[in-house]
Design a protein around this ligand. Structure first.
Ligand SMILES: *Cc1c(COP(=O)(O)O)cnc(C)c1O
Length: 447
């Protein structure tokens, strides 16, 4: 019988990150400085990012060395296991082979720790003492708090108010790792104050929290800002996932027919799929599928245009699939997928039809998550459950039996309150009205 757990040893942790930009058959549209209307220059970002990360952001080199100090921490949980979900396969009566890369094994419970460690390391190396960031569901906030605590930096997390109130245990984790957690919008920044003046009951959004964190970092020389997704350097740090998975699939004697991941800003998906993009370009039968919620459907219903990354229009303009930077998604529980935009790399791959995108409803997604927990035992994060829903649909429709690989981006042990709501019948489906999407898209910046 074949092994269900495909493990690598610590010496198999990748020594380099893979930069997919080096292998794309097209040029990526550059980020634009909204002040000048010209392509962004390195110096435009110096106020909030360390030079090493800016260089990675703009790099076209294929391989980028992972510093030993970073690997030293990654070793706590890497390499992660690639697991075969045979019990799920049985329940589905499918001939397909379903594998998942278990990123929930990281100390904070998701893939986000992979980039948090790298980002804090480079900031510390360039003399930064304090970092700010935003968090939606709290996964990124926990990951950055953990990393700051390890490297001895201070950390302030602007947490989207609706999650701040719904997810008290994520706050506890951040406090465990000595971070300061602030509900966003807050009165600590001009962007926050402005929003609260217009709407005192505003529940917040990732776009608003980003504005607050960026403003905070720009005010102080020793403070920088970190982003947990979307940007090229974040996806770069996540490629350890796909690089390991590739080795593991080879050990199992498999070549994937489907690669699947959920997409918020695109980092766990990019981390899994980027090392396979070259294979896709050679062999079109490989299908790469991004999964998002109907409540925040940037890839399936957004537009591929230049837009701001935040609500207050403080960030550079990036070309991405967007629902408009003023878009405030409904309070569905997959907090990590509630971003108005998407990574420029993933957006370009989607625009060029190298990847596909699908959207699902919240109730179908929770049902898929419960089936996974019943058969495989691990409780998925609601974000991860989107990938699982798509995998189940693929496994049911591929009667010949295919090899499906998905990224298990995180566990849902701190999301049990959402599962309770699901069991009590208190969760509803919500697909964002097209009319509202069109309205939010009217405010795209002109360049
Ligand atoms: C943040 C998060 C996501 C979504 O972010 P991406 O950058 O798209 O990966 C997905 N799953 C989990 C568990 C998360 O914490």
């Amino acid at each position: 019988m074949a092994d269900l757990k495909i493990n690598l040893s610590e010496k198999d942790i990748p020594q380099k990150w893979y930069n997919v930009a080096s292998d794309l058959p097209f040029k990526l549209p550059p980020p634009i400085n909204p002040g000048t209307g010209k392509p962004l220059e390195k110096k435009d970002l110096r106020q909030i990012f360390p030079l090493s990360l800016i260089e990675q952001e703009m790099s076209e080199e294929r391989w980028i060395e992972i510093p030993d100090e970073v690997t030293d921490i990654l070793r706590i949980w890497r390499p992660t296991t690639l697991k075969r979900a045979v019990h799920l396969e049985k329940a589905l009566k499918t001939k397909c082979r379903i594998y998942y890369k278990d990123e929930s094994a990281s100390p904070t419970g998701s893939h986000k720790t992979n980039t948090a460690i790298a980002q804090v390391y480079y900031n510390k190396k360039e003399g930064i003492k304090r970092l700010t960031t935003e968090t939606g569901a709290g996964q990124w906030g926990s990951a950055l708090s953990f990393a700051c605590n390890i490297f001895g930096l201070k950390c302030r997390v602007y947490m989207v108010k609706v999650s701040y109130e719904q997810k008290p245990f994520r706050k506890s984790l951040m406090r465990m790792w000595q971070a300061e957690v602030v509900a966003s919008p807050s009165t600590l920044t001009e962007s926050g104050k402005k929003i609260l003046k217009e709407d005192p009951n505003c529940q917040g959004s990732l776009g608003i929290a980003i504005s607050e964190a960026v403003e905070d970092a720009a005010k102080d020389k020793a403070t920088n800002y970190c982003l947990g997704s979307v940007l090229n350097h974040v996806l770069l740090h996540q490629t350890v996932i796909g690089l390991e998975a590739k080795k593991q699939l080879a050990l199992a004697g498999e070549t994937p027919d489907f690669l699947v991941g959920c997409v918020g800003g695109g980092s766990n998906f990019g981390g899994l799929i980027h090392p396979f993009v070259k294979d896709k370009l050679k062999k079109d039968s490989l299908r790469i599928i991004a999964v998002e919620p109907f409540a925040c459907p940037s890839l399936t219903r957004g537009k591929y245009e230049y837009d701001f990354g935040d609500t207050a229009s403080l960030t550079p303009l990036i070309k991405m699939f967007t629902l408009g930077h003023n878009f405030i998604p409904a309070g569905i529980h997959a907090g990590g997928l509630r971003y108005h935009g998407c990574s420029p790399l993933i957006s370009a791959l989607h625009d060029k039809k190298i990847i596909e995108a699908r959207a699902y409803n919240q109730l179908d997604v929770f049902e898929a998550a419960v089936l996974f927990a019943k058969t495989e035992g691990i409780v998925p994060a609601p974000e991860t459950a989107h990938a699982i829903k798509a995998v189940i649909e693929i496994a049911k429709s591929e009667k010949q039996g295919k090899c499906i690989v998905f990224n298990f981006s995180g566990h849902g042990f701190l999301d049990l309150a959402s599962y309770d709501k699901f069991f009590n019948g208190e969760l509803k489906n919500y697909s964002h009205p097209l009319k509202e999407i069109r309205a939010a898209l009217k405010n795209l910046p002109k360049i």
